[in-house]
Ligand binder design. Structure first.
Ligand SMILES: *[C@@H]1O[C@H](CO)[C@@H](O)[C@H](O)[C@H]1NC(C)=O
Ligand SMILES: *[C@@H]1O[C@H](CO)[C@@H](O)[C@H](O)[C@H]1NC(C)=O
Ligand SMILES: *[C@@H]1O[C@H](CO)[C@@H](O)[C@H](O)[C@H]1NC(C)=O
Ligand SMILES: *[C@@H]1O[C@H](CO)[C@@H](O)[C@H](O)[C@H]1NC(C)=O
Ligand SMILES: [Zn+2]
Length: 384
């Protein structure tokens, strides 16, 4: 009886501490910057001081900012969302594409012959794609799924064909459509990503660029595009215009651990800094809804934990969404609390039980009942 009660209470404590640690996460998230605050001179910005963005760029404090956390159970299934259809993504290798390290990201400029022909009210033309990532230790996608980061994220930026160019479209309400997908770690090298990553060394310096042969850019996106989330958001960098019609695919991409490490390790920002952690913290949802093109299924059908062979040939779990550094830190705080409370509770309970047993012994010996040793009856049938 007491044992069950104790387990029940312990379970309650564990459950409440882990749910409060989930709430903590977004606040510890937004605390990931500001460790080395730099005064941002006008027009310049960095990822370490994200709270300062809105002093130079007013849109950054708006109420439709990106990225966001996508709470998968809160997304509203919308059967009307049209399927995304891409055209012109299979580029010839005679077409050269400019690859740039702009100090904030690795960007590949794209021709406007690449387009989204179905999925929106207008045709949208491609302008560029780029990436967001973390470090070897910490995942760095911008959007999070149920408060969990993926290792990296790709954004393919398109603008509404009713405008002349992306700079004109960027500030217009219906100006931009960005396709986003999560990048995780898989067993194998991703040949498609290698078309870009093999040229990383050529753009390691900030503001350097190179040209790479065209390839099938469709292959940088997940295999299946049918399942996606849709919401109204913004550029995730200054000037944070709230003009992006976001599509985040449910299917994900994998690259090898080595490929991800090369993205995290090769590029420089400034003279001596590594270009890492170029992701903005999730922003408040305010009065927005996240739609989904699919019905949520039980999480058993969700993404699996990829594994990768260790250097000694053994297989270990990859650094995936299921083991992000942030939630690990936050969870362990919750775990410690639970253990401390559990231990305190156990000690109190034991003391009480010992005391109660001694009281009972006294009572029994006082009664001098010699017929039956009540103490040996199973504790579960006793009311102590
Ligand atoms: C985004 O696209 C959807 C689908 O065409 C459309 O219904 C929605 O109004 C668009 N959002 C904005 C802000 O234009
Ligand atoms: C974009 O289009 C506008 C309007 O036609 C034009 O004024 C501007 O120079 C263009 N910008 C670029 C970068 O081509
Ligand atoms: C996005 O904004 C458009 C235009 O205001 C609106 O029609 C649409 O319903 C919004 N979409 C979502 C998912 O809130
Ligand atoms: C994909 O959808 C499933 C079902 O809702 C969800 O469990 C999973 O977390 C989603 N993953 C991504 C990357 O959106
Ligand atoms: Zn981006």
């Amino acid at each position: 009886m007491l044992g069950k009660l104790f387990l029940f209470i312990l379970f309650q404590i564990l459950a409440s501490s882990s749910s409060s640690s989930e709430e903590d996460e977004s606040s510890s998230e937004s605390g990931n910057k500001g460790e080395h605050p730099k005064s941002s001179s006008h027009g310049h910005w960095n990822y370490l001081d994200q709270d300062a963005w809105s002093s130079d760029f007013q849109h950054c404090s708006g109420q439709s900012q990106s990225p966001i956390n996508i709470a998968t159970r809160q997304a509203i299934f919308d059967p009307q969302l049209p399927e995304i259809k891409l055209e012109g993504y299979d580029l010839s290798d005679s077409e050269l594409l400019k690859l740039v390290n702009n100090g904030h990201t690795l960007q590949l400029n794209l021709p406007d012959t690449m387009r989204i022909v179905s999925g929106f009210d207008n045709i949208f033309l491609a302008a560029q794609l780029h990436f967001h990532w973390g470090t070897i230790e910490a995942p760095g996608s911008e959007h999070t799924i149920d408060n969990v980061h993926f290792p990296a994220e790709i954004h393919v930026v398109h603008y509404n064909s009713k405008y002349h160019n992306i700079s004109e479209a960027a500030s217009k309400l219906d100006g931009l459509a960005v396709l986003g997908a999560f990048i995780g770690i898989g067993l194998h090298e991703n040949e498609n990503y290698e078309k870009i990553l093999s040229s990383l060394m050529d753009v390691s310096r900030e503001e350097s660029d190179t040209e790479i042969p065209g390839f099938n850019v469709r292959n940088l996106l997940p295999n299946k595009l049918a399942k996606f989330y849709r919401y109204n958001g913004s550029l995730t960098t200054p000037p944070c215009y709230q003009t992006v019609n976001w599509t985040i695919f449910n299917d994900t991409i994998t690259v090898s651990r080595k490929q991800l490490a090369s993205l995290e390790d090769t590029l420089k920002a400034g003279l001596d800094q590594h270009l890492t952690k170029n992701f903005r913290a999730p922003q408040l949802l305010y009065n927005r809804q996240v739609m989904s093109s699919f019905r949520a299924e039980p999480s058993s059908t969700g993404p699996q934990i990829p594994s990768y062979p260790d250097s000694d040939g053994q297989s270990k779990k990859g650094r995936t969404i299921n083991e992000p550094a942030y939630s690990k830190e936050v969870l362990s705080r919750g775990d410690i609390l639970a253990i401390v409370f559990g231990a305190l509770f156990t000690v109190t309970l034991l003391s009480f039980m010992i005391y109660a047993c001694q009281q009972r012994k006294k009572t029994l010996s006082l009664k001098k009942d010699t017929r039956q040793n009540v103490i040996y009856k199973p504790a579960t049938k006793e009311e102590v």
